[in-house]
Ligand binder design. Structure first.
Ligand code: AMP
Length: 540
């Protein structure tokens, strides 16, 4: 017997219409690509999104077509998110830091018909344009009077929408399972793979992200997604903010510590979200100024493991440091680290240990660790296995490919190795491919990096396994010293020697000016492995 509730579809346009009806005066503030700040009410955001949808329809964009965006976090990008998904087409966000070859592959694979780009990316598109097979129109998201010169035919965003009325009717006959967003994820080998979000997955994930235990947003929240809108839909914050009526503050292209500090201070941001490298930059600025931005209370950090030293530095300055774990294929949020009230009385050291874990699964996501035969392993904090996920916002397949990414029993293998303890806390031991296997023992690169990051004068650290004639593989560590009081090899070795068992100690410390960062701000360990492959080949 079915329940007797209405079966309304969950659509992205409902989020925008809800926000416009309930929070019309709430603001979206953003640093524009041209420089000045822009301020827009949600009522105006809704109207401009509707105008863009009408303009795209006039350009010939039809249901299920893909419309690509290459843009910073700003007002027009937000309008585009809602317009493109709302009209029943697919918002394909692209990371401009992908290689030119990857971007061409992605756009041709997605068959993008229209591209919306920030002025910053005109030279990039000029170089790629001859190789793009499906793109019929390029729209530069600039004010009418700031349209840049382009060596290709381009439309101006504001001119385009100015010609349209704001009464575009969002199609209500969409199926909630229809595609709404697309984001390609790049492994270290092979072509990037398209993760295709549905309306349903986007709305459900947005509702979850707004929960007190996740982003904790309501009308009084001022939230800054530093995490780019071109990476996993900015962790769903553009949706969670409008669901809950929070004020959104967008940083535009300037993500250095000083620019973020100024913006957060001026807008009284109380919640900000991004990858650890961003928070490292802001920390330097806070130390320089001897204070935190006014109102700044909470941060959500994910994308890679934040070192306990970074967590402690924020907590010492009175900012609640919350870690989240997830991946593109998971929309992305899967778990959040929060200290439950029953553990509030634990020692500071124990609380820091808990905060450095990747946390407990959020409602909607089931997490398990599986062995090599896809059997479930116990949640005892000891057993290590392949971390696998299930849930309504977890990918079941990649766009345009037949090969299933799922295990024999229907789980998505995240590629991470983890433990889960009896309280449900997940600890990522490592990316499976980053674990170092030395003489049959596994060494977690994250464990060694976390210790190295606590050494004075180390800004960043990366541990990789390199071939070794006796032990098969041994870890070496590459460090990027801090600007002030930079650490050297001897200091790092002496520091680690006091913290780690001998067999886990790196065989060498290499000092570099800057670690190679990939498109999403993570250290590119494959680049380091290639560069240092022979480093220990002469070792005895
Ligand atoms: P991406 O799909 O590019 O967002 O990358 C997802 C991967 O980033 C995960 O499978 C993890 O390996 C890593 N990751 C994300 N968040 C965390 C975290 N909090 N701690 C450790 N690794 C993380």
């Amino acid at each position: 017997m079915h329940g007797l509730m209405m079966h309304d579809q969950l659509l992205v346009s409902d989020i925008l219409e809800h926000a416009a009806a309930v929070f019309p005066r709430q603001e979206v503030v953003s640093r524009s690509t041209e420089g000045p700040m822009t301020r827009l009410s949600i009522a105006a955001l809704r109207d401009r999104s509707a105008q863009l949808a009408a303009a795209l329809a006039r350009l010939g964009v039809r249901r299920h077509d893909r419309v690509g965006t290459i843009a910073w976090n700003n007002q027009r990008h937000l309008e585009a998110y809602y317009a493109i998904s709302g009209m029943g087409t697919v918002c394909h966000v692209m990371n401009p830091r992908y290689s030119p070859e990857q971007l061409v592959y992605i756009m041709n694979h997605a068959e993008d018909r229209v591209l919306l780009i920030d002025a910053t990316f005109v030279p990039l598109i000029a170089a790629l344009k001859p190789h793009l097979k499906s793109v019929e129109h390029v729209v530069v998201m600039a004010p009418s009077d700031a349209q840049p010169e382009t060596p290709f035919e381009a439309l101006n965003y504001d001119d385009l929408i100015a010609a349209e009325p704001a009464d575009f009717a969002w199609p209500s006959d969409l199926d909630e399972r229809d595609a709404a967003g697309l984001c390609y994820t790049s492994g270290t080998t092979g072509n990037p793979k398209g993760v295709l979000y549905s309306h349903r997955s986007t709305v459900l994930h947005g509702m979850m992200a707004a929960l007190p235990s996740v982003c904790g947003v309501d009308e009084s929240t001022v939230i800054l997604p530093v995490v780019p809108m071109f990476h996993v839909m900015a962790w769903g914050i553009p949706y969670a903010a409008l669901i809950a009526g929070a004020k959104l503050v967008m940083p535009g292209p300037r993500l250095d510590g000083a620019s973020l500090f100024e913006l957060m201070d001026a807008e009284k941001v109380d919640m900000a979200a991004g990858v650890p490298t961003i928070w490292l930059g802001l920390l330097g600025e806070m130390h320089k100024r001897g204070r935190t931005p006014e109102g700044f209370a909470r941060t959500l950090v994910g994308g890679s493991a934040p070192a306990p030293s970074l967590i402690k530095a924020y907590e010492d300055m009175g900012i609640a440091f919350q870690q989240g774990w997830g991946m593109t294929e998971m929309s992305p949020v899967g778990s959040i680290s929060k200290i439950p009230p029953q553990m509030a009385g634990e020692s500071d050291a124990r609380k820091l240990e808990l905060k450095a874990k990747q946390g407990r699964q959020v409602f909607g996501v089931k997490l398990e660790i599986l062995d090599d035969d896809d059997r479930l392993l116990p949640h005892d904090g000891e057993a290590r296995g392949r971390l696998c996920a299930k849930g309504p916002w977890i990918a079941s397949a990649y766009f345009g490919t037949d090969k299933s990414p799922l295990t024999s029993n229907g789980w998505l293998d995240t590629g991470d190795v983890a433990t889960i303890d009896a309280d449900g806390f997940v600890t990522i031991v490592d990316r499976a491919k980053d674990l170092v296997k030395s003489g049959g023992e596994w060494i977690s690169s994250i464990d060694v990096e976390n210790e190295a990051m606590a050494c004075a004068g180390v800004a960043m650290a990366a541990v990789i396994g390199v071939p070794h004639p006796k032990w098969d593989e041994r870890p070496i560590i590459i460090i990027q010293p801090a600007a002030e009081d930079p650490a050297d090899k001897d200091r790092v070795m002496a520091h680690l020697a006091g913290k780690l068992p001998k067999w886990m100690l790196p065989d060498d410390v290499i000092v570099t000016e800057a670690l190679p960062l990939g498109a999403t701000g993570k250290v590119q360990k494959n680049v380091l492995r290639d560069a240092h492959r022979d480093h220990l080949s002469g070792a005895a």
